[in-house]
Design a protein around this ligand. Structure first.
Ligand SMILES: [Zn+2]
Ligand SMILES: [Zn+2]
Ligand SMILES: [Zn+2]
Length: 328
């Protein structure tokens, strides 16, 4: 009869035990169904636990349950100072580079099969100051179903159960709805971008918007001076009108373009009045606004959050263009 492989077991004190730490003559139980386990330690085979295939248990449940217990233990060990904090392998929301993040200090413990206020049970609730702050779902064969993912009201990640068995304190989310992370480089880019644009604002007397109008800096193609240029959410090329109710920066003007053959709302140079065409700003590879997203559904909305988010993107893109310029 087929056997089920067990990665971690319970002893009678309900400690979780890896086969390499198990001793003969002690009773160990399946973490999923409680069945008494067979423990083998041979000359050739690596130590392992197993039990016979039963109606009540299967390999998937075992992996699922073991991974949850190992995550809980990784947090416990960290909290009592026996190990380093679990590390999350995530992506920078701006540049998509890998970023490692320690599990935040405030997490006190993991609660398994935790029921959220709205009734959902998540595999693991991360508890801080007595509240469930975030959740972890463990995937074995199926990912978290869409409907559930939509309705989990707190930040959550999904991790692969088999990967957790290999390394319980390194989590590589397969779905990541934790608070978005910005890498050190993108944060630095943003600081530099802020410094530079503030300086240009001072030099030109053109104020930096604090909401709505997104900005970047360029060298005017005509007078070669540093100037600020602007765009706005859901901007259309060669726009016939400025957004209603949003007083524009003073260098955004309705002017005639020879290249386009008509008037449109465009950026102009504060020093020499030259037009800074939409085509260059939005479409050319060195255009400062190329890095912005123009998908109406997701990017047409204006909020202070999307304003901040766009500036971080623009900063990262400005640094990228800077690299191109330095290369040639
Ligand atoms: Zn079992
Ligand atoms: Zn980044
Ligand atoms: Zn100029």
């Amino acid at each position: 009869m087929a056997e089920l492989k067990i990665s971690v077991a319970y002893d009678k004190e309900r400690n979780i035990v890896r086969p390499e730490n198990a001793v003969t003559g002690v009773n160990y139980h399946c973490p999923a169904c409680g069945e008494l386990l067979i423990f083998r330690r041979g000359q050739i085979k690596v130590p392992h636990f197993a039990h016979k295939q039963t109606e009540a248990c299967n390999q998937e449940t075992i992996v699922h349950q073991s991974a949850k217990l190992l995550i809980q233990k990784a947090i416990e060990d960290w909290k009592v100072g026996k190990s380093e904090p679990p590390v999350l392998e995530r992506k920078c929301r701006v540049c998509d580079r890998n970023v490692e993040q320690n599990l935040p200090e405030k997490v006190d413990y993991a609660s398994l099969e935790h029921r959220l206020p709205e009734g959902f049970i998540v595999d693991i609730g991360l508890i801080a100051h007595g509240n469930v702050e975030a959740a972890i779902e463990v995937r074995v064969t199926h990912e978290v179903d869409e409907a559930k993912a939509q309705q989990i009201s707190i930040p959550f990640i999904e991790v692969d159960g088999n990967e957790i068995l290999e390394n319980p304190s390194r989590w590589k989310p397969t779905i990541d709805f934790f608070k978005p992370l910005t890498c050190t480089k993108c944060r630095l880019d943003f600081q530099n971008f802020r410094k530079k644009t503030l300086r240009i604002a001072k030099q030109t007397g053109v104020d930096l918007p604090t909401s709505f109008y997104r900005y970047a800096s360029i060298l005017c193609w005509q007078c070669n001076k540093e100037i600020l240029v602007f765009t706005w959410p859901n901007h259309k090329m060669y726009s016939q009108e400025l957004p209603i109710g949003q007083p524009p920066p003073k260098t955004l003007c309705f002017r005639f373009s020879k290249a386009v053959g008509r008037k449109y709302c465009m950026n102009t140079c504060i020093f020499c009045n030259a037009i800074q065409g939409d085509r260059f700003l939005h479409i050319e590879p060195e255009g400062p606004f190329l890095g912005l997203c123009y998908d109406e559904d997701t990017c047409g909305k204006d909020s202070l959050e999307s304003f901040q988010e766009d500036l971080i993107k623009l900063a990262s893109y400005a640094d990228y263009i800077g690299d191109l310029e330095r290369e040639d």
